[in-house]
Ligand binder design. Structure first.
Ligand code: AMP
Length: 176
């Protein structure tokens, strides 16, 4: 994608200070999702590096990850697997808890979401501390599948997501 296209995409991500809690600058992607051109460009660019990667399943992380993971899965001819907050999935799950700055969070995936050896791509909107993505990697591996990589719309370069994901291949479109 050209630098001009990337700048146009970045302009469609709105900073919302102190939301949902004081001190956080929330990256609101709804203007980007609402633009037909931007949505197509983002989905195409997230998909492109993995076209030849033999991806079996694309994992979307609740909730904005779902919105990007579904069209990426469609383009890769792969299945879609939601990783959700606890108590949202109705059948047997694997769960994984991880620490936040204040408190902790738990993610869940259906225990039968993957076949052994499935090649998996993770998709989300923002990489910040990397805690959510690292817990998702653990969940997928616990289920017997292989994480091939992660594609995110945005990386926050002032937060330590890279260290949290060891040597996992990661592609992002916009660096903040
Ligand atoms: P982290 O686990 O710290 O890497 O946070 C990543 C998850 O939290 C992603 O699922 C994002 O949707 C969400 N997130 C973290 N920081 C932000 C932010 N500044 N704006 C919007 N979403 C965020």
């Amino acid at each position: 994608m050209s630098p001009e296209d990337l700048a146009r995409l970045a302009d469609l991500i709105v900073d919302v200070p102190d939301w949902p809690t004081p001190g956080v600058v929330f990256k609101d992607i709804t203007p980007l999702l609402g633009s037909p051109d931007a949505l197509r460009q983002v989905v195409d660019a997230l998909t492109e590096p993995y076209l030849e990667a033999d991806i079996d399943k694309v994992v979307g992380i609740e909730a904005r990850g779902f919105l990007l993971a579904a069209p990426v899965a469609y383009h890769l001819d792969a299945g879609l697997v939601p990783v959700r907050k606890p108590d949202k999935l109705p059948r047997a799950v694997h769960t994984r808890s991880y620490d936040l700055e204040y408190g902790s969070n738990t993610l869940a995936v259906h225990a039968d979401a993957f076949s052994p050896g499935d090649r998996v791509l993770i998709v989300d909107d923002v990489l910040a501390t990397g805690g959510t993505a690292a817990a998702t990697v653990t969940l997928i591996e616990q289920a017997g599948a292989t994480v091939v990589g992660m594609a995110a719309l945005m990386e926050l370069s002032f937060l330590p997501w890279r260290a949290a994901l060891a040597d996992l291949p990661v592609t992002t479109l916009i660096t903040i």
